[in-house]
Design a protein around this ligand. Structure first.
Ligand code: H53
Length: 795
């Protein structure tokens, strides 16, 4: 503690020429972060040297998004000096909670996909797997969301305005990425065809490295993010136009989640990420190895979703053009090095690119994919027939199909929850699984328990430590003992007290941000995730409106606060309409004295990792109500259960595995199954109007969207009703409504029994350990990457 105080003082002098106590909060944050970074650095260097020296195989996780969340508290925790640093801060009169909030949040992802990537980096470091993130250093992260008259407004996220203390610019590791122009193939002296480029645009990719310390294990891995710059050629100064063209590539994160943007700039971002990443992986490999033929023994490159799927062709390009390999050996190396995770079954999230656009942006890759396609067809057509092979090929209908390319060029492909993997095999990847029956695996997603419990919920952490000892920090399954321990009334009472305190803290935040008073004794019912039709925030809203009517009719329902947080893609009009209607409905319900204290709708703006950390510990109920067969996995479902929320869920994604973990008595499930949904879709016999006609309550609820009872939503209300009625309710919201209402009533009955509720809470907390990302990455390591952790998570 004394040492830390001294370090803060010295660093404050060096950075700001002033005493630590004289600095403002932002400067104090920088000082603390700088000291922390200094403490990480030696182990960072040591980890890198050890991996290179021992020749351990390394994972390179390629992802267009990473969503680390603020790093200071998590770094301090993992270093094991959080309490000491906080004590040092207290001694200087600084509130560490406020200091943590002074950190700009790196919002370099949209949602689950990016957060998963960051969880994996944290987990790999924590179990001792050499793992590197490879992503993009977006100048502007995901937009900040504000509500104006209930409408979502997007503000730029200028997260790099102040220096980013955590990153290290590595100009000496920069590489050149080539776009556009024309490529001619000419035979060289040996007769091999060599590409010649004409008129290509060259961009410099400069890496910025961020340390990812593992939990109490001295391992520090790297997240490498690439930034685009003009090439600085001493003989040829770059122009402002060159600079602008380069800057553009890494300026913004596309704000789409589970949807494709489809713009040329996005394609350029993808190639930039892939080309810089592949080149730097190969350069690094060659510093310690001679023989390129042994690449897959030392390197695993993972393609996270299809955005980096061009890695297949880029690695082929490097092997053929730079190393002069023949096609077959190059292909064997590529397949052995690459693996791919699919994260979605949704049509609108499956990437494909117009072939002409593709050829214009990355002409050499277009040639190579043409050849991959030709060989693929030649290999399989005779045996499997043209129809199947046409569907599974990388090229078809004038498009480059990224998922097909990724599967064909990888030795393994995985889904992210059992149901998702099964459905992949039956639908999206059916043909490819026929051709490559051994490639498809399941790797259910996981979460960082340390961030979502240790950091976010100190009260619960203390209780768990008390009940089962601190072993669960490293061995998440050790939390299992909590279920039995919580049968003692004393512990159960403490658990209730912790939850209540967390709810009070959230209530304070709600009061401060929205000026709404909520009662912490009420049931806190939480749905936090991207706003997307398939996730069915609309079903939740219809449930709230139905409860509102029931209360107005004189019905009796226990006090309940519905808490939402969600961003909508700026161009996703339907999702934005739902936000507007939610906010307008909140205006009506929250200010109607007839339901005062019994029903509230709280929509918190600007959902991000920090806001999630506030909401999750305070949740009683976790709404996971996507249409069965649409949510690949979900991960907020895991975070919420780990904090003791009861899951109110459809049988979708990882909800099914949560049910299996906690037992059917400790979750509320409802609704159509994926099989039933598919049957309706295949036969075409679902009629939303018929469902509506049969339910007077539902009819009244839907009418509220257009009859003026919610003011100022003429267009939005109409749009939603049209989607339900004229559009025949694509996501079966009306079909599941009655079952949802019934499940909601069952939740309330449970909540009326505090002792039973506390048991359910404890069972959920106790069972969450199996969803620790530590296990997930260890499984990837064993089944896909062939990389073993040096200290695997204990079972
Ligand atoms: O990935 C999560 C899943 C979640 C899924 C999400 C996702 C994105 O965030 C973006 C694109 C995409 O294809 C999938 O929707 O169900 O939990 C991590 O696997």
């Amino acid at each position: 503690m004394k040492d830390l105080k001294r370090a803060l003082q010295t660093t404050a002098m060096q950075l700001f020429a002033d005493d630590f106590t004289h600095l403002d909060l932002a400067q104090q944050f920088r000082t603390v972060a700088f000291v922390t970074r200094g403490m990480i650095a030696p182990n960072w260097a040591k980890t890198k040297a050890a991996v290179d020296r021992s020749g351990q195989k390394q994972v390179y996780y390629f992802a267009i998004e990473f969503l680390p969340g603020r790093l200071l508290a998590s770094n301090l925790l993992n270093l094991g000096i959080k309490a000491d640093m906080e004590a040092a801060l207290t001694a200087y009169g600084v509130d560490s909670a406020l200091l943590y909030e002074a950190e700009a949040e790196p919002a370099l992802g949209n949602g689950g996909l990016g957060r998963l990537g960051s969880a994996f980096l944290d987990a790999m470091a924590s179990v001792g797997m050499p793992g590197n993130g490879n992503g993009i250093r977006y100048r502007y992260g995901l937009f900040r969301q504000r509500f104006v008259d209930g409408y979502q407004v997007e503000l730029p996220d200028d997260w790099l305005r102040d220096t980013n203390v955590w990153e290290v610019r590595k100009e000496n590791r920069a590489v050149i990425v080539r776009f556009g122009g024309q490529v001619w193939l000419r035979p060289d002296a040996t007769g091999q065809l060599q590409p010649e480029y004409q008129g290509a645009q060259e961009i410099l990719a400069v890496p910025y490295d961020t340390a990812i310390p593992g939990y109490h294990d001295g391992v520090v891995n790297t997240m490498r993010l690439w930034s685009a710059e003009p090439v600085n050629d001493p003989n040829h100064a770059f122009t402002m136009a060159d600079k602008a063209r380069a800057d553009e590539i890494t300026r913004i994160l596309y704000p789409d989640d589970s949807q494709v943007a489809g713009q040329e700039l996005r394609l350029r971002q993808e190639y930039f990420l892939v080309s810089a990443g592949v080149q730097s992986v190969v350069h690094h490999y060659l510093r310690f190895h001679q023989d390129i033929m042994r690449l897959p023994e030392f390197v695993a490159i993972h393609i996270n979703d299809t955005h980096p799927a061009m890695a297949v062709a880029e690695l082929m390009r490097v092997l053929l053009d730079d190393f002069g390999l023949n096609w077959e050996p190059a292909w064997r190396l590529t397949e052995a090095t690459l693996s791919y995770t699919n994260h979605t079954l949704m049509q609108e999230a499956l990437e494909s690119w117009d072939q002409q656009l593709f050829a214009r942006v990355v002409p050499r890759l277009a040639q190579l994919i043409g050849e991959i396609d030709r060989r693929f067809r030649a290999r399989f057509t005779r045996r499997y027939g043209e129809l199947l092979v046409n569907r599974a090929a990388p090229l078809g209908n004038g498009r480059v199909r990224m998922a097909n390319l990724a599967v064909i060029g990888s030795h393994a492909v995985n889904g992210v929850a059992k149901l998702h993997t099964q459905l992949l095999g039956e639908s999206v990847l059916k043909d490819l699984v026929t051709l490559y029956p051994r490639k498809l695996l399941n790797e259910t997603n996981g979460i960082t328990m340390r961030r979502w419990v240790l950091l976010a919920n100190p009260g619960l952490t203390q209780l768990l430590d008390l009940a089962v000892g601190p072993a669960w920090h490293r061995a998440p399954l050790a939390a299992r003992g909590f279920a039995a321990a919580a049968q003692q009334p004393g512990l159960a009472k403490q658990l209730q007290a912790v939850k209540l305190a967390n709810k009070q803290a959230l209530a304070d935040y709600i009061l401060a941000t929205l000026h709404e008073t909520v009662n912490p004794q009420a049931l806190f019912d939480v749905q936090i995730k991207r706003l997307h039709a398939y996730k069915r925030q609309l079903l939740h809203l219809l449930g709230i409106l139905a409860d509102y009517l029931t209360l107005l009719d004189g019905g009796d329902l226990p006090p309940r606060v519905h808490i939402f947080a969600a961003k909508a893609a700026p161009s996703y009009a339907y999702a934005k309409s739902i936000i507007k209607v939610m906010n307008a409905a909140a205006g009506v319900i929250n200010h109607d004295p007839r339901v005062s204290g019994r029903l509230q709708l709280i929509f918190l703006p600007n959902y991000n990792v920090s806001l999630a950390s506030r909401i999750i510990p305070a949740a009683d109920v976790s709404e996971q109500i996507s249409l069965a067969g649409t949510e690949a996995s979900g991960t907020s479902n895991m975070k919420l259960m780990a904090n003791g929320a009861l899951t109110l869920a459809t049988l979708d994604g990882a909800n099914i595995e949560i049910r299996d973990a906690v037992g059917a008595a400790n979750i509320e499930t409802f609704g159509l199954t994926a099989t039933q949904v598919r049957a309706y879709q295949q036969v075409g016999n679902y009629s939303a109007s018929a469902v509506l006609a049969e339910s007077p309550l539902l009819k009244r609820v839907v009418a509220m969207l257009t009859d003026g009872s919610i003011p100022d939503i003429q267009l939005e209300g109409r749009q939603i009703v049209d989607s339900l009625v004229l559009g025949n309710d694509e996501y079966f919201v009306l079909a599941d409504f009655a079952a949802y209402q019934a499940a909601s009533r069952r939740v309330e009955q449970r909540y009326a029994d505090p002792a039973g509720w506390a048991q359910t809470m404890a069972i959920n907390i106790a069972a969450a350990g199996q969803f620790a990302a530590d296990f997930t990455v260890a499984n990837y390591g064993r089944e896909i990457w062939d990389v073993r952790p040096t200290h695997p998570p204990r079972e």
